[in-house]
Design a protein around this ligand. Sequence first.
Ligand code: HEM
Length: 213
Amino acid sequence: MKLIYLHPLPIRIWHWVNAAGFIVLILTGANIRGIVNLFSVETAVEIHSWLGFILLANYCIWLFYYLLTLKIKIYIPPLHHPIEFAKKALRQAKFYGLGIMVGEQNPHHSTPDNKFNPMQQVSYLMIMALLIPVQIITGLFLWDPKLFAPIVNPIGIQIFDMIHILLWIFFSAFMIVHFYLATLGHTPLAHIIAMFTGYEEEHEEHGHEEHSH
Ligand code: HEM
């Protein structure tokens, strides 16, 4: 068994602040729409707005860390090898859909420079480069539509409201899938503990991609 340092400290801080913040944002968002009734709507709006700004600052930790270290590369799918990439993505999907139930090993082998399997790469890139920024921007518009009137008025606040709600649905579903996948390490807590300590345990049988079939 070998320990690999996979998650640098700024990313661990970003990740857990983000995760806790998302849970409360999802709940207070539902509270604002009357789906749950944890607080008064005014209190829910207050918490939701403050947390929105905290997660905006937190997003900057993620962004600056990955841009300044140039490690953002780990998020970019190798689209200059599209066939190979598609094959690996398919193999990963097969592993999650079938292989894992019959005791096969994960075909992806994480290293600091090649941390994500193809499915993670595509979904994490979409979330971090597109969906979170869109959620932040539409959130800012809803927080103070007057301040952003030159952009909001010609399009209509309802459009931004709808996008914000559709992404609320997406993120709620993502959390469930992401949590399930996070429990698929060599023990159910292995990946989750690694996201706290930074170190992932590599077991021999998790070996190299070529030998996994
Ligand atoms: C209770 C909630 C959560 C748990 C238990 C959790 C768990 C984990 C774990 C174990 C990892 C490392 C393994 C991997 O790369 O998949 C991870 C990575 C990641 N998670 Fe989460 N997560 C949670 C919430 C979230 C939320 C709300 C988001 C974004 C909306 C998110 C986005 C990410 C991203 C982008 C990575 C890759 C980070 C990097 O290494 O650069 N997670 N998560």
